[in-house]
Design a protein around this ligand. Structure first.
Ligand code: ATR
Length: 290
């Protein structure tokens, strides 16, 4: 039940992406707006790649207050904004936009959301060997953050050129080596022998393709920390394989909540009700899985 009514003063926020039908964000943010009795509403917008610039013009024309940006627009959207926060600029990807009287500013809360998730669990990053699967927008944010925190990185991607581009970007900023290799079984075996942390930033394993994983239990050592940024389902096939190997697992649902809380704070300038957002996300994911 809504405890506010839509009026002439209602502020509109939303998410653009494709596909968008399974987004958890409307449930998470609307619950937070209701909790704090804010006259805001959050809706999903399915925006195709070729319509991105028109969609951003629409944000200005309709005076939409805030947006989240998801697959496949996180990198492409940067060219249509008026300003970029320095972190988003360095990363080269945006997942949150704030509209300040017609000036659209892009932020990246994926990076800090990822960091908060690890900090909350007391996981140290300095000197750790981290293998990152994927080289898209989410990978850029995570690899930047990890390099900033002093981790040693190896990026594996299906398209090698994109892995190299992602690695070069990070190593140019931090003046440290970031390795990039093609994502194949031989490279995975070699990389995981040494690794302390594995992060999947690809959408492999995401609903409805829940039976797929890039890494199986035979490649996972018990001391490995396995972080899958896919949150739908909560327990992805990769995380089940990690469980089987006795490794520590972290679900993308945790990062979803943290990046969402940080975006909420940008739009409203209020502290996000993070525990409520977490509860809503978990309940909704469990409801969908049953
Ligand atoms: P996001 O912005 O969420 O990171 P993205 O920019 O579309 O999304 O990136 C998706 C990533 O998942 C890419 O690294 C992609 O690999 P390619 O660069 O080769 O396209 C990776 N990916 C998607 N489907 C994959 C699959 N079936 N196997 C391996 N990697 C896959």
């Amino acid at each position: 039940m809504l405890n506010w009514s839509i009026s002439g003063k209602t502020k509109l926020c939303g998410v653009i992406g494709d596909p968008i039908e399974h987004s958890m964000s409307p449930v998470m943010y609307n619950a937070a707006f209701i909790e704090l009795r804010l006259n805001y509403i959050y809706v999903p917008f399915k925006v195709r790649k070729e319509d991105l610039s028109k969609a951003i013009e629409g944000v200005r024309a309709l005076n939409i207050k805030g947006l989240n940006v998801t697959i496949p627009h996180k990198i492409a959207v940067t060219q249509f904004l008026d300003e970029l926060d320095p972190l988003a600029e360095n990363i080269g990807a945006v997942n949150t936009i704030v509209n300040n009287d017609g000036i659209l500013k892009g932020y990246n809360t994926d990076a800090l959301g990822f960091l908060q998730t690890l900090l909350e669990k007391g996981i140290e990053l300095k000197g750790e060997k981290v293998v990152i699967l994927g080289a898209g927008g989410a990978s850029r944010a995570i690899s930047f953050l990890l390099a900033q925190r002093g981790a040693n990185l190896l990026i594996l991607n299906r398209t090698l050129d994109k892995a190299k581009e992602c690695a070069d970007r990070v190593s140019n900023v931090f003046q440290r080596e970031v390795k990039a290799l093609a994502l194949n079984r031989q490279n995975l075996i070699r990389a995981l022998k040494e690794a302390d942390i594995l992060v999947n930033t690809t959408n492999v394993g995401m609903s409805p393709n829940t039976e797929t994983t890039l890494v199986t239990s035979d490649l996972i050592k018990p001391h490995l920390i396995v972080f899958d940024i896919v949150y739908n389902p909560i327990k992805t096939k990769l995380l089940m394989e990690a469980d089987k190997a006795g490794a520590q697992t972290i679900s993308g649902a945790e990062m979803l909540v943290w990046q969402g809380a940080l975006a909420f704070e940008k739009w409203t300038t209020l502290k996000a009700p993070i525990e409520l957002m977490r509860k809503k996300v978990i309940n909704e994911l469990e409801r969908r899985e049953n």
